[in-house]
Design a protein around this ligand. Structure first.
Ligand code: GDD
Ligand code: MG
Length: 323
């Protein structure tokens, strides 16, 4: 058994314009919000209580996830009026978990923009076998510059934490899923802006506390850019496309490129869709052609429209280029 904190309060700046109307973690990937994929993974690992640490567009989360009973867990919400940084957000959310009553029950923290198929349960077991203060999931990437660089010794003990460096000293990076002892979170100052990557982890390692790296090279992706979000959605789809329940697709339409359709999407005659992410309750008129487009929830696309590499939403008058 474990409790969890999901960091979903960032601005998603690199995902603009996709994050103009939705927080990054609520963007759909293969028909479900990124957050929901993570909740399903947390549930599998026996996490019974999860706090969503929200800030930017915080009001979007509660109507969707409610009290969590749909996922068989308790979901709570911690709202930061102004973003507290990753460490400050974790500390703020931990207030809702009654740290003093947790004892040795581990706290699992997730970056809210990561799709990972590693075993959270194995990571917790590893953490407990090492009697660690904190255990980070680590993966190897070709180019570590955009990530936290995390060297370890032969026993898996973390020897440094170097956030985003130009010349990474190892390809082993912080994959954004941590297991903590509650005593560690208690030491983060409350109500202050703190970076877990630039302040808390380096300080823990320097002070000689047991911080470990759990290495599992499972499927892993940070969906923090438009290209990565599209890739994440395609990676989860086995066929030409995936449609959520309630879709009505005309028999003459062609849908390819591992496109994803949210729930209650209506597709007209002779429509061509390739490599698109389409939200819920979208209607696409006859003969429309859409290639590599992101179509926000509740949008109506007129008949005959032809668009490539655009963000489309009923809330905006002109389609916006996708980078
Ligand atoms: N609640 C809250 N408040 N959440 C926040 C805040 C905040 O002030 N700032 C960031 N977050 C959330 C974001 O929404 C995201 O889910 C997560 O924290 C990580 O922030 P990113 O902005 O996506 O960071 P990154 O991708 O540049 O780097 C992080 O992730 C890498 C792995 O994907 C770092 O943890 C790196 O060390 C790591 O390698
Ligand atoms: Mg990220």
């Amino acid at each position: 058994m474990a409790v969890g904190i999901l960091l979903v309060g960032g601005f998603g700046t690199r995902l603009k314009p996709l994050t103009s109307e939705s927080p990054k973690p609520m963007l759909p990937v293969a028909g479900l919000p990124v957050t929901e994929h993570q909740i399903l993974a947390a549930q599998k690992a026996g996490i019974h209580t999860l706090v969503l640490a929200t800030s930017y567009l915080s009001e979007v989360f509660t109507p969707y996830f409610g009290d969590g009973s749909r996922w068989g867990m308790k979901i709570l919400y911690a709202v930061e009026k102004a973003p507290l940084g990753t460490g400050g957000a974790i500390r703020n959310a931990a207030q809702m978990l009654n740290l003093e009553n947790l004892g040795d029950e581990p706290i699992v923290v997730f970056n809210g923009d990561v799709l990972s198929r590693h075993s959270i349960a194995d990571q917790i077991n590893f953490h407990q076998s090492k009697k660690a203060d904190a255990t980070l999931h680590l993966i190897e990437v070709e180019d570590a510059r955009a990530f936290g660089c995390v060297p370890t010794d032969s026993d898996g003990r973390v020897t440094a934490f170097l956030e985003k460096m130009d010349n990474p000293i190892t390809n082993s990076i912080n994959a954004g899923c941590y297991v903590f002892q509650s005593s560690v979170l208690n030491r983060i100052p409350l109500g202050e802006v703190v970076s877990i990557e630039r302040e808390t982890f380096p300080a823990l390692v320097e002070s000689g506390r047991p911080v470990y790296g759990y290495k599992e090279q499972a499927y892993w992706l940070d969906v923090g850019t438009p290209a990565a979000l599209f890739k994440g959605s395609r990676d989860l789809i086995a066929d030409d496309f995936h449609a959520m329940p309630g879709c009505a697709i005309d028999a003459s339409a062609t849908i390819t490129g591992k496109s994803s359709l949210g729930s209650n999407v209506t597709i007209g005659a002779d429509v061509q869709i390739d490599d698109c992410i389409i939200g819920d309750n979208v209607t696409i008129g006859d003969g429309a052609r859409l290639s590599h487009c992101f179509i926000f929830h509740n949008t109506v696309i007129s008949a005959g429209v032809s668009q490539s590499r655009h963000y489309l939403s009923s809330a905006i008058s002109e389609p916006i280029n996708l980078p």
